[in-house]
Design a protein around this ligand. Sequence first.
Ligand code: MG
Length: 400
Amino acid sequence: MSSAAFRVPNGSAAAETDRRAWLRSALARGAQAAPTDVTIAKVETFRMDDALFVKVTASDGSVGWGETDADNPPIMDAFIQNGLRQRVTGQSIWDAERLWDTMFYRQHDHGPGGALAGSISGIDIACWDLRARLLGLSVSQLLGGRYRERIRAYGSFGVGFGRNMTVEQAVAQARTFIAQGFTAVKLRMQMRELNQDSPADPVLTYARAVREAIGPQVDLLVDINNGYSAARGIVMARRLREEFNILFLEEPVSDQTHAETAAVVRAVDVPIIAGEKEYTRWQLRELIVMGQPDILNPDTIKAGGLTEMKKIAVIADTYGKPIICHNTRPTLGTAASLHFIAAIPNCGPLIEFVDVTRHRDLIGCMRRTVVFADGHLQVPTGPGLGVEVDETAVRRRVVR
Ligand SMILES: [Mg+2]
């Protein structure tokens, strides 16, 4: 079926009528056409320097694509090749919950978060892509329908504690984002626990330079990346809010010490966001209950994929916590997150995104990818994730 058939109009009342008609016909097509006995025939991984793509092929020849956590592709690859792949092969593609439980509970002796959750994410997302394609729907329609058609994106960049990016380079990067149309920019300081409360704290210098570069109308977000004690986090959160009007402060303290997160949250007015290093519903629940951050930022390709993110969202909603997805990957990971945010009420109003000019080679592996325009990422219209992988281009980048 051509992609044009899946273009979902939006905006006017007439367009809404069109959208509903499109959905009804798509559902009818899916109900008539979708085979119920499709199983997972093959799980393949494509390891690149900067990503691990997962291809799931079904017994009827249908294909779905996903992406794992990109922090360490060889480790993600090993988890899939030496455990998860064998667990899901031969299982029904339709049993999303059983597939997830099988992958998790047969492997969680290796640790319930991190590499296991990240590698599960890749297979889970590929299965959702495949499932939606079999039904002729977009993933967001399959997740429950859409609350939103586009999501405002903030441009995110890291400077590194070791001055990997100078202040001048940081200013140039922020200006690049503005030129691309972003209306919000996040400065990641990447200080980490090993440099906690360093006397050479460069945050104010970078924040001042970036704020001056982007002007007062653009939202500025600052991510400490776990570099402060609670006491210093409180002092710096107040200064960053008062002096540079930051929109929110991310992970001021270690993700291992939720009580310290709670101490900062209680003491300051600026919203605190955390959750990118929590995996699965259980770790996010611990963070919510003990750390009480104002906003959560789980990552679809890290926390366990779409099946698990739905559960995380329900827990977050129960505690009145919005989700602004952590998202550092420019292609499949972003597409999966966009469908998730589109379908889940307490997600948005923002999503993290990157400077695409720094990821040209990876984006070159896509025949069709996500669209950024007017400061927003469009939710792809499907089928499946609504993006198309160029497998030949991927194979050219594979490293073994
Ligand atoms: Mg962060």
